[in-house]
Ligand binder design. Sequence first.
Ligand code: ZN
Length: 310
Amino acid sequence: MADFRAGTPEQSSFLAELLACGMLIDCGVPGVYGRGPDFELVRLGFERLVGDALDEEAPQRMSFPPLLARRELERIGYLRTFPHLAGTVFSFDGDESDALAQEERAASSEDWSEFQEMTDLVLTPAACYPVYPALARRGRLSAGGVTVDAGGAYVFRNEPSGDPARLQMFHQREVVRAGEPETVAAWRDRWRDRSVELLRGLGLDACMEVANDPFFGRSGRLLARSQRAQELKFEVTVQIAGPEPTAVASFNYHQEHFSSLYGLEIEGGGPVHTACLGFGLERIVLALLRAHGLDVSGWPTDVREGLALL
Ligand code: ZN
């Protein structure tokens, strides 16, 4: 089991407030919460806002379940870079006597894992992962490439924490851009500004910074350094329950990583680059609750209008 990271006193008291007012609903495991009606209204309101901002790009919509073929996780190299965050689906594979033995162990809360076999499924760790193989299967991209709106999909990270902003399962609103290198770079630059504007428009004190992924182990530290040096990842951060501001959106520029992995091609030939933009929807709701208070009906009118809550 992953180590539980206790929240700071500020994070613990914010979590307690969120549970007490019904914004979040306890599920018995840290980092996995149900959500009350106001929380969902705000989350869906922000989803709409992103959808409206994307409209002019006429994105192609793709929706996937929060499960990924295990083969794709293996192919992407996730087990090298983030083995600590992955969630794998296991299921019962035995006969009647095994089922009985498993039930007995489970009834007394003992370890019943020996009766479980790995399936062909893992939990999706990033909402853009199913998009690349799907794009490749469609064949060559048209000149100018494509924008894919992967919607607000559930993703999983194995990191139980007492910080309400660090959930094990949350929605990522992911947008993927694939195309010629200069097209994708220009898209990334334009959206860096727009995403900050979008969040500032809701009264959040959002900042953009160069970032790195939480790669695993010693080789991961090298990867993180090179990712920063090449400015391949940016994050939009907002103060939630600190001490440091929390990332609420991130941009990853993959260069040819996914296109060469999946053999993405484009009309006219030449290299294909990809980049993605992901909004962490629960974190954005939490940032709004932190900034404007737990009573959504008392939020500033322009914020309520922006989120279509009026
Ligand atoms: Zn992504």
